[in-house]
Design a protein around this ligand. Structure first.
Ligand code: 4NP
Length: 181
């Protein structure tokens, strides 16, 4: 995967400069099932925003490229691991649709497969500019170039996801706030 990095990559600045209304910053997190990684990213981003006392100007959501779990709460293992870090995950699973490219300014994929699905779905080249990899916001040095799917793995996989997302959501928040149009 082509690795972007939040300190320097022009694609990241271009996506942030495309935010339609800096008073309503709309971020959508995407994974495959929308029951593990992307609802965790949503919950952790909301936590960052709350800690900055900055909830009024953000719209945060998540969705899956697949529709296997639509209507479900996040995976019980993901909820348990997040709760130990003080984060309650209450998102109800939904599948992404083309309309989401109108409803969100920045659309963040957890892995290469999510990202290629998003690029294939994007209605226009302008909409493709909204798509960014979560890995672009990892703390450095990073041992991963994507957020690994924990679904078929043990507890360690869920902890890895939360560790990666802790840094990534803080860096995402700081990068957006520092570069708003
Ligand atoms: P997620 O994990 O993409 O992080 O939500 C998965 C959850 C469910 C499935 C795959 C990945 N599944 O195939 O049902």
């Amino acid at each position: 995967m082509n690795i972007l990095h939040y300190h320097s990559d022009p694609k990241i600045l271009e996506a942030i400069h495309g935010i339609a209304d800096p008073g309503n910053i709309r971020i959508l997190f995407i994974c495959l099932g929308n029951i593990c990684r992307s609802p965790a990213a949503e919950g952790m981003m909301l936590d960052v925003i709350e800690r900055h006392d900055d909830t009024a100007r953000w719209t945060i959501d998540s969705a899956g490229t697949g529709g296997y779990h639509v209507g479900d709460l996040p995976d019980g293992r993901m909820r348990a691991h997040a709760r130990r870090r003080g984060i309650n995950l209450t998102h109800i699973c939904r599948q992404i649709s083309e309309i989401d490219f109108d409803r969100f300014d920045i659309i963040i994929g957890m892995d290469a497969s999510n990202l290629s699905r998003l690029h294939a779905m994007a209605p226009s080249v302008d909409d493709e500019r909204k798509i960014l990899p979560m890995a672009a916001f990892f703390n450095q040095p990073a041992h991963f170039d994507h957020v690994p799917d924990p679904y078929y793995n043990g507890a360690e996989g869920f902890e890895t996801v939360l560790d990666l997302l802790t840094g990534a959501t803080e860096n995402l928040y700081d990068t957006i706030v520092a570069n708003l149009p």
